[in-house]
Ligand binder design. Structure first.
Ligand code: SF4
Ligand code: SF4
Length: 364
């Protein structure tokens, strides 16, 4: 397969639209944020900020010279609207003609709309943006204000979605948010909880590691709520990706903050450094060597997405092809890497109840 199907190509000239497609995740390691979410997989407070504006400009200038029609996802590692230098860099990418059809990133929408975000969006070509607005409802004060900003953002003409982490205990809220998003005409895209969560339930509950700890019953509920069967299979069910055909290295690459190029973030065989040399992409797909691929921006590179979905210029947004039966969208995946039925025999709830009984016995 030469080039994944794409419903539109953003603001590219006809000549650039004809270029072969390349998805890029560029991880800039900007570790500063205006929130402190209890499930933050970045743990930005513990990390060194590696972002610098000069490297960003140099690396993106090289990306602009690639003979590909690029969908660029900037993996921030913090919050973009806390960095004027990063905002300037993105503004530059979205104001000059180039091969970059789409610039995607995530934001928590916590910045001030009137002073910070509105002037930013007014200063660039929003048709080239693809933004994930992640709703962190356990830490933000005003959820209505989040949705107010999301609606204002939609009205700028940016491609966008609202993202939410499927925390256990939040499923009723997910259903309500899904309806609220549908009313606004914005898709809700779920991420699985990955790792442990601070302050979530009792001692045993806090020890549990996700997504393994989702119970079979929780998975059933999530299946109804999840945005696409693909993301549900990969993220919630944790189906193994080992052996699956993937466009990583061929139509998708990962670039780190120093310009080193890899097939994806989980495969560290170098394809060169974009600052130092011409990078050589693979002629063939990759057979995934890993058991799991839990980044929604990366696992979209699997070929099964090209078979079942229509891609948009924004890496994370793809929609089922018309006419494909729903059950087919759930087929073609390996089994989950976890045997949750065995695990369910002794989970946090049974441990918690045993602890209660032990405490009662000790202090009777
Ligand atoms: S907004 Fe994102 S980077 Fe910031 S604390 Fe929350 S999860 Fe972490
Ligand atoms: S499925 Fe994920 S880990 Fe496997 S090759 Fe593709 S991008 Fe890399």
């Amino acid at each position: 397969m030469e080039s994944p199907e794409c419903v539109n190509t953003g603001a590219l000239s006809a000549e650039r639209t004809a270029l072969p497609y390349l998805g890029i995740r560029y991880q800039i390691n900007y570790h500063a944020c205006n929130l402190d979410c209890p499930y933050c997989i970045i743990s930005w407070r513990k990390r060194t900020n590696l972002f610098d504006a000069e490297s960003f400009r140099a690396i993106t200038s090289h990306i602009e010279k690639l003979p590909y029609r690029v969908s660029l996802r900037i993996g921030v590692g913090g919050e973009i609207f806390t960095s004027p230098a990063l905002m300037d860099g993105i503004r530059r990418l979205c104001t000059r003609p180039s091969n970059i059809a789409n610039v995607g990133f995530s934001t928590n929408l916590a910045a001030d709309w009137e002073d910070v975000m509105q002037p930013f969006f007014a200063s660039l070509d929003t048709s080239r943006l693809g933004i994930g607005c992640t709703l962190h409802d356990t830490v933000i004060d005003d959820i209505d204000d989040f949705f107010r900003k999301a609606e204002l953002l939609r009205k700028t003409g940016s491609a966008m979605y609202i993202g939410f982490v499927a925390l256990p205990g939040s499923f009723e809220r997910i259903a309500a948010y899904k309806k609220r998003c549908a009313d606004l005409g914005i898709p809700l895209i779920l991420n699985a909880l990955v790792g442990r969560v601070r302050g979530n339930g009792n001692f045993f509950k806090r020890l549990e590691k996700y997504p393994e700890a989702y119970t079979p019953d929780e998975l059933l509920q999530l299946k109804d709520l999840w945005d696409t069967p693909h993301s549900y299979k990969l993220l919630a069910e944790s189906c193994s990706t080992r052996g699956m055909a993937c466009s990583a290295g061929r139509n998708y690459i990962y670039i780190d903050h120093a310009g080193n190029v890899f097939p994806c973030g989980n495969i560290r065989s170098s394809l060169g450094n974009i600052l130092a040399q011409q990078i050589e992409l693979q002629p063939d797909d990759t057979e995934c060597p890993n058991d799991v691929c839990w980044c929604g921006n990366e696992n979209q590179a699997l070929r099964i997405v090209d078979n079942h979905y229509v891609r948009t210029p924004t890496l994370r947004m793809f929609y089922p092809k018309p006419g494909i039966p729903v059950e087919k969208l759930y087929s073609g995946y390996n089994p989950p890497v976890y045997d949750r039925s065995r695990r369910a025999l002794f989970n946090a709830r049974t441990a918690s109840s045993l602890l209660k009984k032990l405490t009662a016995w000790l202090f009777k």
